[in-house]
Design a protein around this ligand. Sequence first.
Ligand SMILES: Cc1cc2nc3c(=O)[nH]c(=O)nc-3n(C[C@H](O)[C@H](O)[C@H](O)COP(=O)(O)O)c2cc1C
Length: 169
Amino acid sequence: MDFAQLIQARYSVRAYRPDPVEDEKVQQVLEAARWAPTAANRQPFQLIVLPTAGREPELRRIYQRSWFVDAPLVICMCAVVDEAWARMDGKPYADVDAAIAMDHLILAATDLGLGSCWIAAFDPAAAREVLGLPEGVEPIAFTPLGYPADQARPKQRKPLAELVRYGRW
Ligand SMILES: Cc1cc2nc3c(=O)[nH]c(=O)nc-3n(C[C@H](O)[C@H](O)[C@H](O)COP(=O)(O)O)c2cc1C
């Protein structure tokens, strides 16, 4: 797949086969996150890899859709807020950095034939408790990681004319 094909092939996978993901592929998607750019190169994120087997009940506390725990792995992207660069007006960029790294991971997963789904509608209190997150570490997004058991649906996106302005607002 070339890059244009890859970004169109990625879709939110909401059904997974239970087949294990090869360790080498797990390492490749984690490496993709590692190579992401971050503001001032602070790399203020931590990834938590969670095998789902035997942990289904506690993982369902974090996100209740049944397919969340059908994949063999769930990955949590956390921002380490104090390590992040902040803009001159104080706006911290930890979430931006974490999102870029997560997108690298997700696109790498697509490239390897793996399914993923950005999940932000999780219960943050349950995530903190189940994952034992210390203060200052924010769960930003989860994704299952496994082989898809569904098919891509046609994508709906706004036309560029609705998304791009030239020169000024
Ligand atoms: C930041 C973010 C958060 C999302 N959170 C959820 C979620 O909690 N649950 C879910 O099923 N999908 C979630 N999605 C997936 C979107 O619904 C999906 O990307 C969008 O509808 C476009 O579909 P596609 O990913 O198949 O192209 C999220 C996507 C993003 C980028």
